[in-house]
Design a protein around this ligand. Sequence first.
Ligand SMILES: C[S@@+](CC[C@H](N)C(=O)[O-])C[C@H]1O[C@@H](n2cnc3c(N)ncnc32)[C@H](O)[C@@H]1O
Length: 250
Amino acid sequence: MSELMPDKKSGTTKKVQVEEMFDQIACRYDFLNHFLSLGIDKLWRRKAVNSLKPFKPKTILDVATGTCDLAIALLRLRPEQLVGIDISAGMLEKGREKLKKKKLLDRIELKQADSEDMPFDDNSFDALTVAFGVRNFENLEQGINEMFRVLKTGGAFVILEFSRPARFPFKQIFNFYFFNILPWLGKMISGDSRAYTYLPESVDAFPEGDDFICKLGNAGFTELSFRRLSFGVASIYTGLKENNNNFSDS
Ligand SMILES: C[S@@+](CC[C@H](N)C(=O)[O-])C[C@H]1O[C@@H](n2cnc3c(N)ncnc32)[C@H](O)[C@@H]1O
């Protein structure tokens, strides 16, 4: 179980704190997301969607869907059913407003639910996605096991998550921005001092790269691989519930 929490002194569980934190910043989340990442997050989500293209999934679950940016991008795959779940009612409300504005309310079904205890039968979805969500799970292994359970045999997943650039000078530039400038900007704009201190700390504590691949393999996923994006600031992890297809770049 991860020890890192948004507010260690609060006495509540990580799950409760994460839910409260995202409820708190939901109003400013989209703006901050695009502003702090200089808009690159949109490109990363597009790449994540493209990696599912060869599978032509008819049913997709977007876990930790937040304000629905990845779910909306997934519509390009023309699924018959697209479901987004998130633990934060505030984030889902913002997502719903966005879907309403874009007239997409009938294309994406939103549910408030915990990714570590999903309200779906075994083998329910052809594909599963998570963008910037797994790092926040209280029990990462439990979340991964749930992903494996609800994915159909033969199904594919894509996980997009922050990682840490390892090479000079990107490592130094990234660390300075992530640990010094971003928390300050985040606090100024969102008014929440926890959220943007927790962000770099949670990225630092996350078992990225081969370590994360190892955890995915332990749950039973196969054909596992990952690739780093934007000098390693983010990574895309892909895999299958069963080895009967291949991922390809598009
Ligand atoms: C950084 S946001 C990412 C949102 C969206 N996927 C995106 O790409 O912008 C992380 C989301 O994970 C959700 N989350 C964290 N833990 C969760 C859990 N156990 N179950 C469901 N959602 C969770 C949070 O509420 C938040 O909306």
